[in-house]
Write a protein of this length. Structure first.
Length: 364
């Protein structure tokens, strides 16, 4: 059985790429292709394992031809697609192949918040897809009426996998003591600096938490994006510029190191499809608080404090609660180990490998 995984970019921080590499480590016959050439964090260590299509845009005709040539050369039994634009071209190319490969599409985000072009393209793709993998129950249940009708009996939930061993390899040998007295309490956040991640309100909540508690609560934000200058300005305006550190985009190993240096973790997003950063924080045993959206409540479980992502006061109270929290053994995160995700995908491929795409022959 041959499976072609098409991901957006050969980026070290790409969740689809990490999964595809883990699957290829377990079974032969897996081929990975990166559609776009650009990458903020090139996956240098595994670059040789990824075929490069090198598209510089959604309608790069030479790149689309290279994707066509790759699919014809590999002759995959299954094409596993992770992103909307490349999935559109894979679907069109597959329609002209004999035998036609089975198509699998993974959905990584809450469909209520998709950009317009994804809302347009998905209904074009779905009639030709044999299975739609959703990275959470929230994602699965967020499909529009039309999307739900087009994917009836095709959707299944497989949680994103996290390499927990890679995270926990950075755990210190001795127990880390909690801050004493008025020692600084450092709370971490990991995410792109975009409106979805809600970091502006988090900064405002930090100012309120410091004022209400009298504690030296500090915030480290890992990630970069178009809002960085605006967020730096918000920290200055709120009087907490000296208490907020913008770490920028850093390597995954450096993020994992910080998980064992921080005293807590907060995720204030207004929407998510899953949230690997949250699982990594849970794996490190950090006290966490999350916005009370369906996805984060699903992923974090019922024991973690939540807050309305639009309520600065609730968020401030959550930060104070984190400051008083203690680490645990991180066992809750074990359910999201990447090994389970690999198992589920291999089971899916085994189920589908005798099935041709709709229009060729009936599904088994």
């Amino acid at each position: 059985m041959k499976v072609l995984h098409v991901v957006n970019a050969a980026d070290e921080q790409s969740i689809p790429l990490e999964l595809a590499l883990a699957i290829s480590d377990r079974r032969q016959g897996m081929v990975i292709a990166s559609f776009y050439e650009r990458s903020d964090h090139p996956a240098v260590g595994r670059a040789a394992d990824v075929r490069q299509i090198k598209a510089d845009g959604a309608f790069d005709k030479p790149a689309i031809r290279r994707l066509r040539d790759l699919m014809r050369d590999v002759q995959p039994d299954i094409v596993h697609m992770h992103h909307t634009v490349s999935a559109l071209w894979c679907t069109r190319i597959a329609a002209g192949m004999k035998p036609r490969p089975v198509l699998v599409k993974t959905e990584h985000n809450d469909h209520r918040f998709l950009p317009w072009h994804q809302r347009v393209i998905n209904p074009i793709i779905y009639p030709f897809v044999s299975r739609v993998v959703c990275n959470s129950d929230t994602t699965l249940q967020s499909f529009s009426r039309l999307e739900g009708w087009l994917t009836k009996n095709k959707r299944q939930r497989i949680y994103n996998g996290v390499d927990l061993r890679r995270v926990r390899a950075h755990a210190p040998s001795g127990a880390r003591t909690a801050p004493a007295g008025n020692a600084p309490v450092v709370i971490g956040n990991v995410g792109r600096l975009v409106p979805q991640k809600n970091q502006r309100r988090l900064i405002e909540a930090l100012a309120l938490a410091r004022s209400q508690s009298g504690r030296d609560i500090r915030l480290e934000i890992v990630g970069d994006g178009k809002l960085r200058a605006e967020l730096e300005g918000a920290a200055s305006a709120a009087g907490v510029a000296g208490s907020v550190t913008f770490c920028g985009g850093i390597a995954r190993e450096a993020v994992y190191q910080r998980l064992y240096e921080w005293d807590g973790f907060v995720m204030p997003s207004v929407f998510e499809g899953f949230c690997n950063a949250l699982v990594e924080a849970l794996a490190a045993g950090l006290p966490v608080a999350v916005s009370a959206i369906d996805t984060l409540r699903e992923v974090a479980g019922t024991d973690q404090p939540t807050f309305d992502p639009h309520d600065t006061r609730q968020m401030a109270e959550a930060l104070i609660r984190i400051a008083d929290g203690r680490r645990d053994n991180g066992a809750f995160a074990d359910r999201y180990d990447i090994g389970y995700a690999v198992d589920k995908h291999l089971e899916l491929y085994d189920t589908l490998c005798g099935v041709r795409a709709p229009g060729n022959r009936a599904a088994a």
